[in-house]
Each structure stands twice: as C-alpha cells, then as structure tokens.
Design a protein around this ligand. Structure first.
Ligand code: NAD
Ligand code: WQD
Length: 340
C-alpha cells in the first residue's frame, strides 16, 4: 500500500511542488495548511498535473487537538514540515507572532509524530541559519553565526528542538534541509508561487515588474565587494528542491540513516549576482526590465552559496535546473497566474 506522507504547508510554494514529486514517486501525500499565505485552490493545479485529488485539511497547526485528528484518521509514515511564516522583514516587526507560529506549530507536529510512531520527519530549514558567513561555499559544518532576524532564529531554534527531542531515541528519524534561494516554477506552467502576502524575493519581484504589477524594481546595492558589486546568492529551482524531500524521505525509510538527525544543504553550488539574475531574465524572455540601483537593504549579507556534496553523495541528489530554467518557468507561471 502506498505510504501516507503528511505535508504541512501543503498549499504553499515548496509544499505544493513537493506534493507532486511525492505522487510521482508513489507516495500518498496529505496536505494541511491554514491558508495564512496560500489558497487551497492551488491543489486544483496539482490535480491537473498529476490527475490525483489530494486530501487537504484547513487547520492551524498551533491547534494541537485539531492537528491530532489528522493523525487519528491516517496512518502517517512520514511528515514533511513546511508550514511556517517566512517573511524576514515582517518577522522583525512582529517577532512574537513568528516565534509563536513557527515554534508552536513545530512542537505540535513533532510531538504528534512521536506519539503516532511516524518514521521520518523532514524539516524546512534555511541557509539563513548560517547568518553572515565569512566565506562560501558553506558546508553543513560551517559554524552558525547570530541569526539576522527573528525568522532566522525560528529556524535555528527549530533545528535545535528537533535535535534535542530525537537525540536519545531511534524510532523517529529526522532530516533538516537547509534551502538556499528557492525560485522558479513547475515546468508544466500550471503551478508556481502564489503567496497571499506581497512578494519580497528577487525572482517574483522581477516577474511582477516584467508583467507590470510593479512599475520598476530596485537592485539593493551595487557597492559590495563582488564581481559586479551586487549580492551573490545560490538560486535553486523549486522542482530540484522538491525532489530532495522525496529522496530524504526514501533515505530514512530504507534504513540508510544511522543517526537520529542529519542535515543537508540544498543549493546548486553556484552563486549568481543580482545583476546576473536580471541579465538571465532579460536574455531568456527578451524582455527589458525597468530597474534602478538603490541603497543596500538592511540585513542583507554580501554573498552565500552552498557546498551540496553531502546531499549528492548520501541522498543521490543531482539538481538539474539552471538559472535560465528558473527564469523561464517563473515567467511562464507569472503570466498564467495573472489570468487565474
Ligand atoms: P509558503 O508561505 O509558500 O508556504 C508555507 C505555508 O505554511 C503557507 O501556505 C502557509 O499558509 C502555511 N502555514 C504557515 N503557518 C501555518 C500554521 N500555523 N498552520 C498551518 N499552515 C501554516 O512558503 P514556502 O516558500 O513554501 O516555504 C516553505 C518552508 O520553507 C517554510 O518553512 C520556509 O520558512 C522554508 N524556507 C523557504 C525559503 C524560501 O525562500 N521560499 C527558503 C528557505 C526556507
Ligand atoms: C536575493 C538578493 C537582495 C529583492 C531570503 C531570506 C532567506 C531565505 C531566502 C527563507 C539579495 C536582492 C531582492 C529586490 C534586490 N528564506 N534583491 N531587489 O534575502 O537572499 O533570502 O529568502 O528561509 O532566509 O532572507 O533572498 O530573494 O530577498 O534576495 O536587489 O527587490 O536579491 O538584496 O541580494 P535573500 P531575496
């Protein structure tokens, strides 16, 4: 029988793409989301792509009793915990909301995973846990610095909670996945990022500018000590990222993980500057972007990109999409989304 996987934040950006990858790899995903930053109707797009109707619960994961109901109704083998608030700037303005939501929901899902003998727990962490690194590429061993925001701290604390909780047992195994900069959309053109709150990340800002939702966009700083003066990041296509979750799950379920908790970086190992990303968009789409140079954005670090050798060796993960694929799919999705 197909194994059931609870996907929290299942109607969100990365969660919805992962649901498709899970289906394509023989799992039965069950989605839960409270809709704070997504809409359940995105699962219609998932259904158009896969031909499968995914069971979905509209529940706030901070509500223990309601969440427990899902575990009572289904025999869950694995949990992929995406659900969280993720806007860095907002977390600075509303730290308590971020700590309450991101930590409470994690505690609920982790406790229930133990109680209902789930075997595998995958946690969405972030390269933000490394803080302002001195050099790149970063490995999983690179020491963490002070988190630059309350959001970042919820990820550092979340990792710590999972590690402490699972340290002295061997029933539930966890993987912490540190994503670098997820971007792009499903290659079908039917699914992509559709947040309820305004986008602040570079790639959606670019596509929203190109389609005219924004008059122009800003490049935050061209006076950094990089090859063209703008910041360097490691942009990873959302479908490559989604597949890493399936691989991590399979790795645990096939008994290949010895220790209770393991950690993997997920980036493509190549940094791109903001100006290079814009150039890739303009070349891929033949659209000229309206942008201006603006001052540095507070809290931004100059450069960070991943060493992902560990995910490659242990999980067999080989990201296949490049920055041009990210731009092409993001642009196709932006045009589709505008018509939905
Ligand atoms: P997203 O906002 O699209 O998805 C998160 C989903 O969680 C949303 O649909 C939201 O409605 C839901 N949610 C939030 N709090 C909830 C709660 N209490 N109960 C139920 N549902 C709740 O974000 P995403 O980009 O898909 O990110 C998924 C995960 O990956 C998050 O944990 C995020 O912090 C992490 N992450 C994202 C990025 C990125 O740049 N997108 C980078 C690194 C890590
Ligand atoms: C990328 C680059 C900006 C918008 C954030 C979180 C991080 C992780 C990924 C969750 C930077 C520049 C951006 C714009 C610009 N999320 N930029 N103009 O800041 O690397 O990471 O998302 O865990 O925790 O901090 O991503 O897409 O916001 O910015 O010039 O309008 O693009 O300065 O150099 P960031 P981003």
């Amino acid at each position: 029988m197909s194994k059931k996987v609870l996907v929290t934040g299942g109607t969100g950006y990365i969660g919805s793409h992962t649901i498709i990858d899970l289906i394509e790899n023989g799992f039965t995903p069950i989605s839960v989301d409270n809709g704070v930053n997504s809409m359940a109707s995105i699962l219609d797009q998932v259904s158009s792509i896969t031909g499968i109707t995914v069971e979905h619960y509209n529940i706030d994961l901070c509500d223990f009793a309601k969440t427990e109901q899902i575990f009572k109704e289904h025999e869950i083998t694995g949990v992929i915990h995406f659900a969280a608030l993720k806007a860095v700037g907002e977390s600075v303005e509303q730290p308590l909301r971020y700590f309450k939501n991101n930590i409470d929901s994690l505690l609920t899902v982790l406790e229930l995973s133990q109680k209902y003998q789930v075997k595998a727990f995958i946690f969405s962490s972030s390269c933000t846990v490394y803080g302002d690194v001195l050099s790149s590429p970063v490995t999983e061993e690179t020491p963490m610095q002070e988190a630059a925001s309350p959001y970042g701290r919820t990820k550092q604390i979340g990792e710590q909670i999972i590690s402490d909780t699972l340290a002295h047992q061997n029933k539930l195994k966890a993987v912490l996945l540190r994503y670098f900069n997820p971007a792009g959309a499903h290659t079908s053109g039917l699914l992509g990022e559709a947040p309820s709150t305004p986008a602040a990340n570079l790639v959606p800002v670019i596509t929203e500018t190109a389609i005219g939702k924004r008059e122009s966009m800003s490049i935050f700083g061209t006076d950094y000590d990089t090859r063209d003066g703008s910041c360097i990041r490691d942009y990873i296509h959302v479908m490559d990222l989604a597949h890493a979750h399936t691989l991590a799950l399979q790795h645990i379920l096939s008994g290949k993980q010895d220790q209770p908790v393991d950690i993997y970086n997920l980036g493509i190992g190549q940094g791109a500057t903001v100006l290079e990303v814009i150039k890739a968009f303009e070349e891929t789409t033949q659209i000229k972007l309206n942008y201006q140079i603006a001052p540095r954005r507070p809290g931004d670090i100059m450069a960070i990109f991943a060493n992902y050798d560990k995910a490659k060796e242990k999980l067999g993960w080989n990201p296949k999409y490049k920055i041009q694929d990210i731009m092409r799919t993001a642009w196709v999705w932006e045009q589709k989304r505008t018509k939905l």
